[in-house]
Design a binder for this molecule. Structure first.
Ligand SMILES: [Fe+2]
Length: 319
């Protein structure tokens, strides 16, 4: 299908053969969103100022070469958004703003525009439960090896980061590890990692104006270059992604509750429909009340502390 020439396009280097790759292989593309006024210092400071406690995470992990240790969770108190940005610029933290569209509808409009464009470009692709998270991170921060449950894209807006993307199959992602992640029995960053996994990773240097979309549940880790980074992730569901979710959800139940060991991941045929029914029955029954996640906060963002964080007495919050 020939795309009409558009001046408002978000993906600027789309090729006619990309629909056959979309969702099945990693696509690293160029986009036009880096220049948006939604990502200036002022816009980011306003978002931080307006974010409620359940609308942000601030994280820290110790600087080490390779895959970093577990991240710590912190809080922002008595600081303006502009002050926080300055601390990110010189410290060792990253901030996730998880609901920018609730604060400013412009982010939601952007989210819809970019998915609408993919739907226009990829025949048969229909996305829903779209979500955007904004990431503001310090120079050289790295994010631990993990996989995400929904479909994912990473969009680079300012700075440069290196993204390692690994195959979404064993040994990089074991079936039980994926099932635990989907069942909510493991944090997404609890996945086993071996340094030699890197030999099998696709490595993309994401500069401002680049984005990547990789196959469902593809494990990945991210390393910032030596500057402030601003990026955002977009998440989505489609009928095809939901089928994979349902079968892995059901497999997780069968493995953990009924002791099954060998479970296929087919998304058609009799076993699939039985699993779909099981996933539906369990998910909406009292067996699986929607669990809130509990976070333990043990630092506060502090402009006068090394790396921008000060240890505090640990306390928890849930959302
Ligand atoms: Fe991720």
């Amino acid at each position: 299908m020939n795309m009409p020439m558009r001046t408002d396009q978000i993906i600027t280097d789309w090729q006619p053969h990309f629909p056959s790759l979309f969702g099945k292989h990693t696509l690293a593309l160029s986009h036009s969103l880096a220049a948006s006024p939604l990502f200036t210092d002022d816009a980011l400071a306003r978002l931080i100022d307006a974010a409620p406690r359940d609308g942000y995470h601030v994280n820290y992990s110790q600087k080490t070469p390779g895959n970093p240790p577990k991240r710590r969770e912190g809080e922002i108190k008595d600081l303006s958004g502009a002050e926080v940005l300055e601390i990110v610029r010189t410290g060792n933290i990253w901030i996730n703003l998880t609901q920018p569209a609730k604060i400013d509808a412009g982010y939601g409009d952007m989210l819809n525009a970019l998915y609408d464009e993919f739907e226009e470009r990829v025949p048969g692709f229909k996305s829903y439960k779209r979500n955007m998270t904004l990431l503001i991170s310090s120079p050289n921060v790295s994010v631990k090896y993990h996989a995400d449950v929904p479909g994912q894209c990473l969009w680079q807006v300012r700075g440069t980061k290196k993204v390692y993307i690994y195959p979404n199959t064993p040994p990089f992602l074991s079936q039980p590890a994926l099932e635990n992640l989907i069942l909510g029995q493991a944090r997404e960053t609890d996945m086993p990692f071996e340094p030699w996994f890197d030999d099998y990773a696709e490595v993309h240097m994401l500069e401002a104006g680049k984005m990547a979309h990789w196959p469902l549940n593809g494990p990945h880790r991210v390393v910032n270059e030596n500057m402030l980074n601003v990026s955002f992730t977009t998440e989505h569901w489609s009928d095809e992604l939901r089928r994979h979710y349902a079968v892995n959800y059901a497999n997780g139940i069968l493995r953990s509750k009924a002791g099954f060991k060998k479970l296929n991941q087919n998304v058609s045929g009799l076993s699939y429909y039985a699993k779909l029914a099981l996933a539906g029955a369990v998910k909406f029954s009292p067996l699986n009340p929607h669990k809130k996640k509990v976070y333990t906060v043990d630092f506060q963002v502090d402009p006068n502390a090394p790396e921008g964080i000060r240890d505090i007495q640990g306390h928890t919050y849930s959302k």
